[in-house]
Design a protein around this ligand. Structure first.
Ligand code: SF4
Length: 144
């Protein structure tokens, strides 16, 4: 069994600039009924939960054409869900996004501070973020 490692600072910084995350921030509360408009309703749900050794390309391709991609990813990051494809992201991609999300969703969307910096304004939230990551590590380990 392999434990999921903590996202590195440069991965979190890249996630913070990821267009999918920026779209999710913009569409976070846009459509409470986003699930009713998801394109994935028309395909086998297994497509969105590939085994760790399987590619997620088919699901991600469908997500990229889905009108509610941003709301879907925002939901997944809000609940910290770590399984399956949501909003054109894989669980591995969302680990770094989650750290960025926890800071971005509660502050300026364009603040480049890292929760790993000693001067980070997120020091008060750092323990909570690390606790979230520990849970993600456990979930990631359990799903492998
Ligand atoms: S973005 Fe993907 S997972 Fe989310 S509702 Fe659309 S098709 Fe489904």
């Amino acid at each position: 069994m392999t434990r999921a490692r903590m996202p590195r600072a440069h991965e979190v910084a890249a996630a913070r600039r990821d267009p999918r995350l920026l779209r999710a921030l913009g569409e976070r509360d846009l459509d409470p009924a986003w699930r009713t408009r998801g394109l994935c309703q028309s395909v086998d749900p297994e497509t969105f939960f590939p085994a760790p050794s399987e590619a997620a390309d088919a699901a991600i391709a469908l997500c990229r054409t889905c009108d509610v991609q941003g709301s879907c990813l925002a939901w997944a990051l809000d609940v910290g869900d770590c399984h399956g494809v949501w909003g054109a992201t894989t669980p591995r991609e969302r680990r770094a996004m989650l750290v960025a999300w926890r800071s971005e969703a509660h502050s300026s969307p364009y603040d480049d501070s890292s929760p790993y910096d000693d001067n980070s304004p997120y020091d008060d939230n750092r323990l909570a973020e690390l606790n979230v990551l520990r849970v993600l590590e456990q979930v990631g380990a359990a799903s492998r």
